[in-house]
Design a binder for this molecule. Structure first.
Ligand code: FES
Length: 584
């Protein structure tokens, strides 16, 4: 792929605000000067936005103002004029009902800020799970030059001599308490050890996965994903990113030039190689929709199928992001894909060159962290896309986090109608369930929860945990935290709340899961299924009432299914950066 830089100098977009001597130009410049700006900052140099998801209520992004200063240095050095601005910051750890419900709000905020403001290019600062896809989505819909710099992961956690991963050990310790193997006091004691520095989750959870996706897509500089938040080289990365965006504006290098179908295929294969989060499926589908690339669940299955998982990080493996960085980080993984014939080597990146140029000379410094293929955690590490009468529009499962012996399984359904029903009955010693059963959770999809909560990896009943059993087949229309594990079927579409077949599963039905053959089957007759679905429509015609206004109502009315990325129907697509009317 070749990229032809635009001729420079050319008239910058920002000069539509600041150029000339009209009343409007003087009005715009005058107000900016109340911040103490020399006149030459507005004389035609690129105005570079620093789009910041900093928030003290998004602890994973709470250090981003420091990084923004480093970006600012780089922009000034390269001859640009930096302007930092905040956008809504959806936090995985503090936002209710779900951060996912607000991903699209953040993306809207980014899109409208970029289009409506006097910006020529933008540096996207993100770290927590939803902030990364939201910023990519918003930037893609405006298609101004854009580059991402991630906040970076936290340092390793340690508790009583054991390496402790964000999220992953929350689930493990929580199950240990329920099984009577750990006291509640010990659980509380472990709390501080899980989060011991600024940064995002230190496992290969959704945050690290999405940072890796940004790098594999070509939207961040090579090496961006793994540098720990507190490592001095994270600041260097921010500084260099600030320098680079100015040249990207000069060359008019846009997201649509970088995020091509080839780039998404590279990202999907990278996700398989790193054992990345299932959440990447909905997020990349949504980003692709914004840049008008035709990406489907079939692409996830096709591209990910033959990719071995070689990154030995929790939740699939044993190490954490700090060790991944020391081993060489994502460039080593991308080089491996290239050497294996699994990379579109000529895909363009924010560097202006190809992705292969960035990685072809890197080395693996620890082959217990980045494994040779013969020692891969899973030979088929991609996301498995399942279909059948239970999931006509698809469902997903992460083989590298699942139990091999459960990948082909037939079991009796134990149904929970919603998350409240699950919470009310799961600890009941009289619950009619054993380890061969299939746990089914309904009404946790995009519209049902709302926001498609990360509850798909529902904890097992205590009486089963006490037998030492830690995994069972679980099926839902929910998502699962990227830090979680298990034989968990997720994103079942259509979701129960809109009348998908999941809505009519009954306790006692038999369900067949066959991952090698990509099958998810409810073992009842076609006629019985049709009759149940008809009855559901009658019984639920007035159910699931529309929220009474506000963003929740907008979300309810406009959210699409998980199979296409759970974006809003009216936000799919690229709307460009032209402003409808001048402000004055
Ligand atoms: Fe924000 Fe994991 S909760 S990065």
């Amino acid at each position: 792929m070749t990229f032809e830089p635009a001729k420079w100098p050319r008239k910058l977009r920002s000069q539509e605000w600041f150029g000339g001597t009209s009343k409007d130009a003087i009005y715009h410049r005058s107000w900016m000067k109340n911040q103490g700006l020399p006149a030459d900052l507005l004389d035609g140099r690129p105005v570079i936005g620093i789009c910041n998801t900093w928030s003290e209520l998004t602890p994973c992004n709470a250090h981003l103002r420091d990084l923004a200063e480093r970006v600012r240095f780089g922009i000034y050095e390269a001859g640009g004029f930096p302007v930092e601005f905040p956008v809504f910051s959806p936090s995985e750890s503090t936002l209710r009902p779900t951060a996912m419900m607000y991903r699209n709000l953040c993306a809207m905020d980014v899109e409208e800020a970029l289009r409506g403001k006097c910006i020529d290019g933008v540096v996207l600062l993100a770290g927590c799970d939803k902030t990364t896809p939201a910023l990519l989505m918003g930037a893609a819909s405006v298609d101004l030059p854009a580059i991402m710099v991630s906040g970076g992961p936290m340092l390793n956690g340690h508790f009583r001599g054991e390496r402790v991963g964000s999220g992953t050990h929350l689930w493990k310790f929580s199950e240990a308490v329920r099984a009577g193997e750990m006291t509640a006091e010990e659980f509380v004691e472990a709390e501080a050890s899980m989060s011991r520095s600024p940064g995002s989750c230190n496992t290969m959870g959704t945050a690290s996965t999405m940072a890796s996706m940004a790098e594999a897509l070509g939207m961040a500089m090579s090496g961006n994903a793994a540098i720990p938040a507190v490592d001095s080289r994270r600041r260097v990365m921010a500084h260099l990113t600030g320098r680079r965006i100015v040249d990207m504006v000069k060359d008019d290098l846009k997201p649509s030039d970088i995020m091509t179908k080839q780039a998404f295929e590279n990202a999907i294969r990278t996700n398989g190689a790193i054992g990345g989060s299932t959440n990447a499926v909905v997020h990349l589908l949504a980003v692709a929709g914004r840049v008008e690339v035709d990406l489907t669940l079939e692409d996830w299955d096709r591209c990910g199928k033959d990719v071995p998982t070689i990154v030995n990080l929790m939740p699939s493996g044993k190490y954490l992001m700090e060790e991944f960085f020391y081993a060489g980080g994502l460039p080593v993984v991308i080089k491996h894909l290239g050497d294996s014939g699994l990379l579109h080597k000529d895909a363009l990146t924010v560097s202006g060159g190809t992705i292969w140029d960035e990685v072809k000379d890197v080395k693996n410094w620890n082959d217990d962290v980045i494994l040779p293929v013969e020692k891969a955690l899973a030979q088929s590490g991609g996301i498995a896309v399942l279909r059948g009468n239970l999931a006509p529009l698809g469902a997903v499962l992460k083989p590298s986090a699942a139990t091999e012996s459960l990948m082909v399984h037939r079991g009796r359904a134990v149904v929970f109608e919603d998350i409240d029903d699950y919470k009310a009955r799961i600890d009941d010693e009289d619950l009619d369930i054993d380890e061969t059963c299939v746990m089914v959770l309904k009404n946790c999809g995009p519209r049902g929860y709302p926001g498609m909560a990360e509850v798909g990896n529902m904890g097992l009943p205590p009486k089963i945990l006490r037998k030492g059993i830690t995994d069972m087949v679980r099926i839902s229309d929910a998502r699962m935290s990227g830090t979680a594990f298990g034989t968990v079927v997720l994103h079942t579409s259509p979701e129960a709340a809109v009348g998908g077949p999941l809505a009519v599963v009954q306790s006692g039905d038999m369900i067949e899961l066959d991952v090698p053959n990509r099958k998810l089957h409810l073992d009842i007759s076609e006629a019985e299924l049709a009759a149940r679905l008809d009855a559901w429509q009658v019984e639920n015609s007035g159910a699931n009432p529309r929220p009474g206004g506000g963003y929740a109502q907008l979300y309810h009315d406009k959210v699409l299914g998980a199979d296409t990325g759970a974006d809003f129907d009216f936000l799919v697509g690229c709307r460009g950066n032209a402003v409808g009317k001048e402000a004055h």
